[in-house]
Design a protein around this ligand. Structure first.
Ligand code: 3HC
Length: 309
């Protein structure tokens, strides 16, 4: 296996042999996904440090976590609002923030990365943090489409490196895909399975392949919906209604595209198109490219295929 490097053989340390109990978590990236991951980890009794570039970003992240926790509390403690308020407060107090990842990772059992989808930026970050993290610390990426193996190879801990892919909205979606590269140790995998269960999610395992399980099936479906609409075969409203009422999906494809973000879907499909330009499922979409060029990314910018208040 060409990607199993000499560096990897050196990295097979004693730390790889022991399954670890994850208690302290660092989350890199305070966006929608990073905030959600920090929230579910804190809710289940982990201490969390959420890292991003500025205090302003982190203040926004904490605000969005608080809003989401209030929704959870409203349901979970419907009969006891006081207990709900204390749940929100306790969970928030388990999340500290930092703008300096290197100074916090030393005390983490798990570092989950959810920063911008740029392989070079991710590789550089992991390479740098590798020097500061403890030997036993597991590194994981929440990337939706980039190669985990490449990121693992930027570090000296390839056996303690995996993908940990969450779904939006993280507090609601029960699935986590655990991506095993050829170098991920069984103990690392098992530690991540235990962690996933501890945060109340269901783990599934997948090899390091484009889109893993969910996006490999979901993104071509979303792109087919766009093609149906672009050909004028049906309106986007009718396509959405059809998939909700006819297939029982919680959202129609255009609602979901706007929810996930058109920039995110475009990034995924462009990467796959570059990899296999003849595959009819991986063809780019004119309407999506136009909306992204106009910075209409969906719900988060107020407009995508639909307009939002
Ligand atoms: N935090 C906490 N609670 C939340 C929440 C959040 N962020 N978002 C929604 N909720 C709660 C609401 O409070 C509401 O609670 P209630 O039942 O007590 O009223 C409940 O969830 C339902 O929410 P809504 O009534 O607002 O709306 P819906 O019933 O439509 O549910 C949904 C919202 C859970 C988002 C649902 O529409 C859904 O499951 N949609 C599909 C999402 C999906 O497919 N995600 C995967 C995308 S792919 C991905 O993420 C991969 C990436 O790599 C691209």
């Amino acid at each position: 296996m060409a990607f199993v490097t000499r560096q990897f053989v050196r990295s097979m340390s004693s730390a790889a042999a022991k399954k670890i109990v994850i208690k302290h978590v660092t989350v890199l990236g305070g966006g929608l996904m990073g905030s959600g991951i920090a929230q579910v980890a804190a809710t289940s009794g982990h201490t969390v440090v959420l890292v991003d570039q500025t205090d302003e970003i982190l203040a926004k992240s904490k605000k969005s976590i608080e809003e989401s926790l209030k929704k959870v509390a409203k349901k979970k403690f419907a009969e006891d609002p006081k207990a709900g308020a204390s749940f929100v407060e306790k969970t928030l107090s388990s999340i500290t923030t930092s703008t300096d990842a290197a100074s916090v990772v030393h005390s983490s059992d798990l570092v989950v990365e959810a920063i911008v989808e740029n392989l070079q930026v991710k590789n550089e970050l992991f390479q740098r943090l590798d020097k500061f993290a403890a030997e036993h610390t597991i590194f994981a990426s929440n990337t939706s489409s980039l190669q985990i193996t490449s990121m693992a190879n930027a570090t000296t801990r390839q056996d303690r490196f995996a993908g940990l892919h969450f779904f939006n909205p993280v507090p609601m979606m029960k699935l986590v895909e655990i991506i095993k590269t050829p170098m991920t140790s069984q103990k690392t995998f098992e530690s991540l399975v235990d962690f996933t269960k501890a945060i109340g999610k269901h783990p599934v395992s997948c090899k390091d392949t484009p889109g893993f399980i969910v996006n490999r099936l979901l993104v071509p479906y979303l792109m087919e919906a766009i093609r149906l609409y672009e050909r004028g075969d049906a309106s986007k409203e009718d396509i959405d209604i059809a998939m909700k009422l006819g297939a029982g999906y919680p959202m129609g494809p255009f609602e979901l595209l706007d929810y996930v973000g058109l920039d995110t879907t475009k990034f995924i499909i462009d990467g796959w198109h570059e990899m296999d330009s003849k595959n009819p499922l991986f063809q780019p979409s004119q309407s999506m490219n136009k909306l992204v060029a106009e910075k209409k990314f969906g719900k988060k910018t107020g407009e995508g295929y639909y307009k939002y208040k």
